[in-house]
Design a protein. Structure first.
Length: 248
């Protein structure tokens, strides 16, 4: 008797379609995906959009610990035995998010090597990012921390193309992410705008005129990313990649 061939498993199709233990839901901007203190019984996968992860201390102080985008997981702490959410996840843009029940994702991790490899790569990438954030926080100035954050938000140095337009992020949020004040972020943004304007003036007077005609965009276009890169060591962030545009 011939054995029945097992159908090929596609991680991409699995994460794109609803099924047993998997549901897909749209979230409007500022809508909560899950809240700090909720029961941790599922992992979430972002199909589209941006999600902000924040933590609130007992004193009521809020900190932004991550901004996640398309094809990223969140809430995976439940797999390691976390029973309650330690953070709140809120959609920064209109988003589409899949919810995978804990039992379902555990089963797929054990039974499907392709999915297991992909999920492990995600966890390792997240761990490396957290370690880099910690080193950045301990040893770099707030100016350099902000420059690095802007590059990361533009997807600079990652596989694939940088994001052409990033979700609108307030200076308050940027300050919370790098551990400084909004006034310090504003001061640095103004510095960048003026410094890049001077660079344009030296290179081409026609460019400087065009730039001065659009002062409101001085800190928003990809020139900000380029100038931020000059403040860091280029080798640390794969300078050969093309640059995206930051919308602030």
């Amino acid at each position: 008797m011939a054995t029945q061939r097992r159908p090929h498993f596609s991680a991409k199709r699995f994460l794109a379609t609803a099924g047993e233990g998997r549901s897909i839901a749209p979230y409007r901007k500022n809508e909560t995906v899950f809240a700090q203190g909720d029961v941790a019984d599922a992992v979430f996968y972002i199909q589209k959009g941006k999600v902000k992860v924040t933590v609130v201390s007992e004193q009521g102080k809020e900190a932004v610990v991550a901004i996640l985008g398309t094809d990223e997981f969140l809430g995976e702490g439940c797999i390691a035995g976390q029973t309650q959410r330690l953070a709140t996840a809120v959609a920064m843009t209109d988003a589409v998010v899949m919810r995978l029940e804990k039992a379902v994702i555990m089963s797929v991790i054990h039974e499907e090597p392709d999915f297991s490899d992909m999920f492990m790569a995600h966890l390792l990438t997240r761990t490396i990012r957290v370690e880099a954030d910690l080193v950045d926080q301990l040893f770099n100035s707030s100016e350099k921390r902000l420059a690095r954050l802007l590059l990361l938000l533009a997807n600079f140095g990652k596989e694939g193309k940088p994001d052409p337009v990033i979700a609108k992020i307030s200076q308050e949020t940027l300050a919370e992410m790098i551990g400084t004040t909004r006034s310090r972020v504003s001061f640095f943004m103004n510095q960048v705008s003026q410094a890049w304007l001077h660079r344009l003036q030296r290179r081409d007077s026609r460019l400087s005129v065009a730039f001065e005609c659009r002062p409101a965009r001085a800190g928003r276009a990809q020139e900000l990313i380029a100038f931020s890169l000059l403040r860091l060591r280029p080798s640390a962030l794969c300078p050969h990649q093309p640059m995206g545009r930051l919308k602030l």
